[in-house]
Design a protein around this ligand. Structure first.
Ligand code: UT7
Length: 331
């Protein structure tokens, strides 16, 4: 049995936070943000809009587009670092309940910006082992809830949104996810972290709000992201005897245009192969790759059988890549 990427869906909140808006909040300029990151604006969820609310909207679209019934879904796996509740219940179980899918196993994983590649790997493994048939995977993030809007080094980067996909069993090898790498290096965990609240740094009596927000060694993360991703994507292509020309769509995690450009250039990707959404959504962590695939799909740019190369890098540190043909159920 093989695992096929059947469908995609996404949701973006209405409110736009532009670079101009940020200049009124921290000492920055549109020019600096555009030049250093490629970001022009990002979406911000409404105050009462949760990570699970966004996830449900993306998930329902992905299921509808797959042609399956909701009741065909036999597992839900979510990637998020901005869960509805820290510890429990998992956001995946909240999503399952809101969708009327209380009887299916559902759980979250934490792999930050690499989350979507990790859950794609989990879905692939469960399907190839014959344990499950139709798995809903969702990346959803309310990054605005864990972002410090007084820190210009991070608040210009992050945005909110959700993306989802249905991964199904197939006996047709041509439809199968071809390869997937995931990796981690915990020795660099302090490059990107939210230090407060866990058992490693329990809540003190006084609320240490700044420690609940993302802290990042931006420049160090940037350099290691370019180096690591370049090596990883070159390796996954070589392992599968593929050239850049065999890739219809390079869909990188959308953290920074300069990282995407450096890795794309190392692969000699043409501009029309590289899927870019960082200018309009910023970095939506585990949601960024499915949101980008969804934009490509909705613009009519993603056709059955086309090969996607995904790559991601983020907190942990974690990274990964995948070779994924778009394999909708044939009508
Ligand atoms: O998705 C998970 C992985 N995360 C990433 O991949 C993010 C990786 N990092 C980045 O994208 C970039 O490092 C940043 C965009 C965060 C920063 O860009 P940079 O080119 O690495 O800048 P820097 O941190 O080296 O800072 C350069 C200068 C500093 O000033 P001095 O010390 O040279 O005077 C910063 O204080 O830019 C200053 N700076 C800013 N200036 C205006 C930092 N943030 C801002 C800002 N506006 N928002």
């Amino acid at each position: 049995m093989y695992a096929a990427f059947r469908s995609i869906g996404a949701y973006v909140p209405e409110r736009i936070l532009s670079n101009e808006d940020l200049t009124k909040m921290v000492d920055t300029t549109d020019e600096w943000i555009t030049k250093r990151t490629g970001i022009k604006e990002r979406r911000i969820a409404a105050k009462n809009e949760t990570t699970s609310d966004m996830a449900v909207k993306a998930a329902e679209l992905a299921i509808e587009r797959s042609g399956l019934a909701k009741s065909d879904i036999d597992m839900i796996v979510m990637a998020t670092i901005s869960p509805d509740y820290f510890n429990m219940p998992s956001t995946a179980t909240v999503v399952a309940h809101k969708m009327g899918l209380d009887k299916v196993p559902a759980f979250d994983i934490s792999a930050a910006c690499t989350g979507f590649v990790y859950i794609l790997g989990i879905a692939k493994a469960f399907i190839e082992s014959g344990m499950k048939k139709n798995i809903l995977i969702v990346g959803s993030e309310k990054m605005s809830a864990i972002t410090d809007y007084t820190d210009r080094g991070t608040c210009i980067l992050f945005g909110d949104g959700a993306g989802a996909a249905v991964i199904s069993a197939t006996d047709n090898k041509d439809e199968a996810i071809l390869d997937l790498h995931i990796a981690a290096d915990g020795s660099l965990g302090d490059f990107l972290m939210t230090p407060d609240g866990g058992t490693g740094n329990p809540h003190q009596n006084e609320l240490k709000s700044e420690a609940s927000f993302i802290q990042m060694k931006g420049n160090e993360t940037f350099k290691i992201a370019v180096r690591t991703l370049t090596k990883d994507v070159v390796q996954i292509l070589a392992d599968n005897n593929l050239e850049s020309d065999d890739i219809a769509h390079f869909v990188p995690h959308q953290a920074n245009y300069r990282i995407i450009k450096a890795v794309g250039d190392a692969l000699k990707m043409r501009e029309d192969q590289v899927v870019l959404t960082v200018h309009k959504y910023g970095n939506t962590s585990g949601a960024s790759i499915p949101m980008a695939i969804n934009d490509l799909y909705e613009e009519g740019g993603l056709k059955a059988g086309e090969m996607m190369l995904l790559d991601a890098f983020g907190g942990g540190l974690t990274w990964g890549s995948a070779l994924v043909p778009f394999s909708p159920f044939s009508k």
